[in-house]
Design a protein around this ligand. Structure first.
Ligand SMILES: [Zn+2]
Length: 356
């Protein structure tokens, strides 16, 4: 078949996906299953050090077999990853654990990749789909916003921790999933217009994640016990779609470019998934999709549908819309090569109600 990715050529995926109540208690068993050795570098941030990282260290050390070095990071920068590599070599670890939100996981992902060690991802919030993907997003990368690394060997998602995380993060994770509706359309458009290869398996996986979030939106919002499992399943599914595609293409299109454009403009950007969902609402309008339905789902999930709800000015929305196509010029999307004119940007933002 022409135009279809050779899907099963070197597709790297996590080996183990462990989701459930008190899953963190099963870490020793999980590590045994993976045949990893005993010395571990546990990367987290200062907020989670006392909350979850110390318990995780205890669980492993009480088992009697593991030695854990706990390291806290300040930010997710390339310099931070380099510091962790120095530490990793000093203390001679065999594998890495990233515990936290996006930052510790991204740093752990890149650190382990550079050191040629495996890493386990322990997300404490369900806020974006980088949890199980092979790409690491770190600051200090000029042209790209993410770089190729390896997917985690295991994802350990403890729903007791995730159920108790602030709902805004979970809601943002749902936003990152909802945004796939336009990123997939962008991919198909690039396939038709530019003959870019597509992967039907990857597309089917990503579509499934969107269906899950839409179908269970009410349950997610009700925060019924275990609700975070649905969101985590979707985020992992989306990560796997990217693993199959061998790039972030299925999960990142024009709406992500809009979000990255906002990141470059704003001093204090909103959460990634919130910005992507807002972008998706407007890109859906450009794609002639049912953007009102996307808005309904966003409202159900407490996702902001107006710029002012995210403390973003109308001017910044217009600016981001106008520069979004320059963020990743090699990735063809509905924004085309020239992007939106000022009038078109104002029109899409007003018609979708993002600005008044
Ligand atoms: Zn995303």
């Amino acid at each position: 078949m022409t135009g279809v990715i050779n899907e099963f050529k070197h597709v790297e995926m996590p080996q183990l996906l462990s989701l459930g109540t008190d899953m963190i208690q099963s870490l020793p068993e999980i590590i045994d299953k993976l045949s990893l050795k005993k010395n571990c570098l546990l990367i987290t941030d200062k907020f989670l050090k006392d909350k979850y990282a110390k318990i995780t260290k205890e669980i492993l050390e009480d088992h009697g077999k593991f030695r854990v070095v706990l390291s806290t990071i300040e930010d997710s920068t390339l310099e931070e990853a380099d510091k962790q590599i120095i530490l990793l070599n000093e203390v001679k670890t065999d594998f890495v654990i990233g515990l936290g939100g996006g930052k510790p996981i991204d740093v752990a992902k890149l650190t382990s990749f550079k050191a040629n060690q495996r890493f386990i991802s322990i997300p404490t919030i369900a806020s974006h789909d980088g949890i199980a993907s092979s790409r690491a997003s770190l600051k200090g990368i000029q042209e790209r916003h993410s770089i190729q690394a390896r997917p985690p060997i295991a994802v350990v998602a403890d729903t007791t921790i995730l159920d108790n995380s602030p709902f805004r993060f979970t809601s943002s994770g749902c936003g990152d999933i909802i945004a796939k509706q336009t990123s997939l359309k962008d991919w198909l458009l690039a396939h038709r217009l530019k003959n870019e290869p597509i992967s039907p398996t990857s597309i089917a996986l990503a579509e499934m994640t969107v269906k899950l979030v839409i179908q269970y939106a009410d349950l997610i919002k009700s925060k019924t016990e275990g609700y975070s499992r649905i969101v985590m399943n979707s985020l992992i599914g989306s990560s796997l779609a990217m693993c199959v595609a061998g790039s972030s293409r299925p999960g990142s299109g024009s709406e992500h470019m809009f979000s990255h454009a906002l990141d470059s403009i704003l001093e204090r950007p909103a959460l990634h998934g919130e910005q992507c969902a807002l972008g998706s609402l407007m890109m859906a309008y450009l794609h002639d999709l049912d953007w009102e339905e996307i808005k309904t789902t966003m409202l159900k999930l407490n996702l902001p549908v107006k710029a002012k709800d995210l403390n973003i000015t109308d001017d910044d929305i217009i600016k981001a819309l106008k520069i979004a196509h320059t963020i990743r010029p090699e990735r063809y999307t509905i924004l085309g090569k020239d992007g939106l004119t000022h009038e078109a940007a104002v029109s899409v933002a007003e018609k979708t109600g993002v600005i008044d």
